[in-house]
Design a protein around this ligand. Structure first.
Ligand code: SF4
Length: 245
């Protein structure tokens, strides 16, 4: 691949090209307290926002911006139709996702597949059945600990670009960390579910529905009924959006 100046700036800003200064900057983040949140609107975030699908996937695969790069087996980018009508966003890879390189492949993944099927969607679905699934973090936090704010801030631009590229008609936001990232709030899932939110995507306001993370539902079976209600709401929102399209 030839490296024209504009492309070089993008790669350099990502810390995946031969720009030692910015790679050093990434290593500074990795060495620093992961709870420290880097400044928003950085050159790195702007560079990520300009990438196409293949460049974005490569940038994630080569990313060393936070300390999770040291302990991952591989990055977990996303799965599904890149032009899907639906997008589901979770938290971070677990051990099985880290081993396979695909989001939601363990027990929580099987539950998510059942949730998708309940509203007529599948990972390999097309058209109205299509879905793209991604996490906020692309690397597994060791021991499945919670993501740190600094890690979320550094990884968030990748997710935001995925959302822009998919340009879905509805987004289902699963769990606290996806909510914090995409809706920019610390409010509880309980207080946010049952109504329609909006996420700005490339100048367009995309409806979003909040629900529990499948891993949480495995531990809290009583909340499965609430999750089913959330999916029904998302289905209604999608049908309204499809009718208006
Ligand atoms: S979690 Fe995200 S920011 Fe951190 S190394 Fe992995 S891809 Fe990069």
């Amino acid at each position: 691949m030839s490296l024209d100046p504009e492309r070089a700036r993008a790669w350099f800003a990502l810390g995946v090209g031969p720009l030692w200064v910015l790679r050093d900057e990434a290593q500074t983040y990795a060495a620093a307290d992961p709870r420290a949140v880097p400044a928003a609107g950085s050159a790195r975030a702007e560079a990520i926002a300009a990438l196409g699908w293949d460049e974005l996937q490569r940038a994630v695969a080569e990313c060393t911006a936070c300390a999770l790069a040291r302990t991952r087996t591989q990055t977990v980018f996303g799965v599904g139709d890149r032009r899907a009508r639906w997008m589901f966003v979770g938290e971070a890879p677990g051990a099985e996702e880290d081993a396979k390189g695909e989001p939601f492949v363990g027990q929580a993944g099987r539950l998510l597949d059942n949730m998708l099927a309940s509203i007529g969607l599948s990972r390999s679905g097309q058209g109205d059945r299509s879905v793209y699934i991604a996490n906020v973090l692309k690397c597994r936090p060791p021991g499945n600990r919670n993501p740190e704010p600094g890690e979320v801030a550094l990884c968030e631009p990748f997710l935001r670009r995925q959302v822009e590229l998919v340009n879905p008609r509805v987004i289902v936001v699963m769990g606290r960390f996806a909510v914090q990232c995409l809706l920019n709030t610390d409010a509880s899932i309980a207080s946010l579910r049952g109504r329609v939110h909006e996420i700005e995507v490339a100048g367009r306001r995309v409806p979003a529905v909040v629900t529990y993370h499948p891993a949480y539902l495995l531990r809290n079976l009583a909340d499965k009924a609430k999750s089913w209600a959330d999916l029904c709401l998302a289905r209604e929102v999608y049908e309204r959006a499809a009718a208006a399209a």
